[in-house]
Write a protein that binds this ligand. Sequence first.
Ligand code: GTP
Ligand code: MG
Length: 149
Amino acid sequence: VEQTYIMVKPDGVQRGLVGEIISRFEKKGFKLTGLKLFQCPKELAEEHYKDLQSKPFFPKLIQYITSGPVVCMAWEGVGAVASARKLIGATNPLQAEPGTIRGDLAVQTGRNVVHGSDSPENGKREIGLWFKEGEICDWIPVQEPWLRE
Ligand code: GTP
Ligand code: MG
């Protein structure tokens, strides 16, 4: 079972899309194990996106992610990382399929409302970055036997 780090970016919070975005992962059948509203410090944004350090848009990206509160989430499920990326849609919202979060709710790469981990390793890494140990909650959803045969 995989863990993925999903984050509603500051534009998603400001536009009132938090409930809508959480709802999509909840309805899909993943298990929520961590959730908080959080003002991200610059250092954490830089660490989170360190692979993009050399990109020309990096300073703008850090400015964007720290421009207001984000909603941090940890979700768990079989195949959760790749499936969450599909629910989120392409990086450029104009290329994201209708039915995806970005395809339905966003228009620009620099304001694409949500983040999702790109590998199970990064899922673990990012949950470790954004959450303290006591903030992750393991529990057994009652719907579990109704999701899988
Ligand atoms: P995340 O889930 O946020 O990691 O997006 P992604 O995996 O679809 O894309 P990637 O990791 O390549 O880029 C991270 C984020 O940087 C994107 O979601 C955008 O917010 C931003 N970004 C990527 N490319 C560009 C770009 O060309 N211009 C601008 N302004 N922002 C970009
Ligand atoms: Mg990425």
